[in-house]
Design a protein around this ligand. Structure first.
Ligand code: SAM
Length: 283
């Protein structure tokens, strides 16, 4: 009957809220320096290895941003974390780039790079150089790319992908952003597939109709380490589930590409066997 339906719905909603609250609690231990070290230090992000994850990701982003269909004024990076590689191609196409993250420690790390006064945990030079090469420029042009990036980043703000309104009201123009990029955020911040799908819908509200979503995420990952003893559980998704979630949340898929981690390049800081890259359009 109606009453028990309502009770069930209330219990489901409570369960969903608890799952999201548990994730937020896990993230209180997130250590930006350790995360950068685990994933993007020179030993891990080895650009000599052509079959590595970083060259693959940067090539996907380079291609997506240079095909000609992705354009406009404003690019928003959802869940930037302490990292910047995900906007190194997009910063040449968009005049405004907004960085966002859930955690103040990550926004602080990004601010310290932006201000360029030392105190930064990470040297992004190899990434900047690699993206310059993809653009057909000499790797020495990395200083110009760094300057361009610092020039177009308009702000670094709080975001919560589990809120129906992920950004504060006055942050975006009313039409919305022209493009969203998001790397390893949704599956790393969601307790289950339902929350992942809802989060895709929430961030879609930031995007104008016809705008592009460039989404990068892990496949089949159940946890990653975000500091000594800080184990963050994640939702393991497969490519079919990503496609179904996109459709359900109002996106049309243009392309999905998959990277499989070579046996000898598996990280010890997570159990991810692969990464997906999606280019999609908001209907
Ligand atoms: N984009 C970066 C990258 O590619 O390395 C960081 C990815 S990191 C695995 C996951 C990020 O999701 C963290 O920066 C974390 O602060 C952020 N996050 C956690 N909960 C979130 C939430 N509810 N809304 C938005 N971002 C969240």
């Amino acid at each position: 009957d109606d009453e028990s339906d309502q009770d069930n719905r209330r219990m489901e909603e409570q369960g969903a809220e608890n799952g999201v609250a548990d994730m937020a609690a896990c993230y209180q231990g997130f250590d930006p320096g350790a995360y950068l070290q685990n994933n993007y230090s020179p030993a891990i992000a080895d650009f000599e290895r052509k079959d590595g994850l970083e060259p693959w990701k940067l090539a996907c982003l380079h291609r997506a941003f240079t095909e000609g269909d992705v354009r406009g004024e404003l690019l928003v990076d959802v869940g930037s974390g302490p990292s910047l590689y995900q906007v190194m191609s997009g910063c040449e196409v968009f005049n405004k780039v907004l960085l966002t993250d859930f955690l103040e420690v990550n926004r602080q790390e990004l601010r310290s790079w932006l201000q360029d006064e030392g105190g930064c945990s990470m040297d992004w030079t190899p990434f900047l150089q690699h993206v310059c090469k993809l653009e057909g420029r000499p790797s020495s042009a990395w200083t110009e790319k760094a300057a361009r990036l610092r020039q177009v980043i308009v702000d670094i703000v709080h975001i919560d992908v589990h809120s129906p309104q992920p950004l504060a009201l006055d942050v975006l123009p009313s039409a919305g952003a022209d493009c969203l990029v998001s790397a390893y955020c949704l599956e790393s911040a969601s307790p289950d597939l339902a929350a992942f799908t809802r989060a895709l819908g929430h961030i879609g509200r930031l995007l104008r109709p016809g705008g592009h979503l460039l989404l990068i995420g892990t496949l089949g990952m159940t946890y990653y380490m975000a500091g000594p003893g800080v184990k963050i559980p994640t939702v393991p998704v497969n490519a079919a589930q990503v496609c179904a979630s996109l459709k359900e949340s109002g996106y049309t898929l243009i392309r999905l590409e998959v990277y499989r981690v070579p046996q000898d390049m598996m990280l010890c800081s997570d159990d991810s066997p692969g990464t997906f890259f999606v280019k999609a359009i908001k209907e």
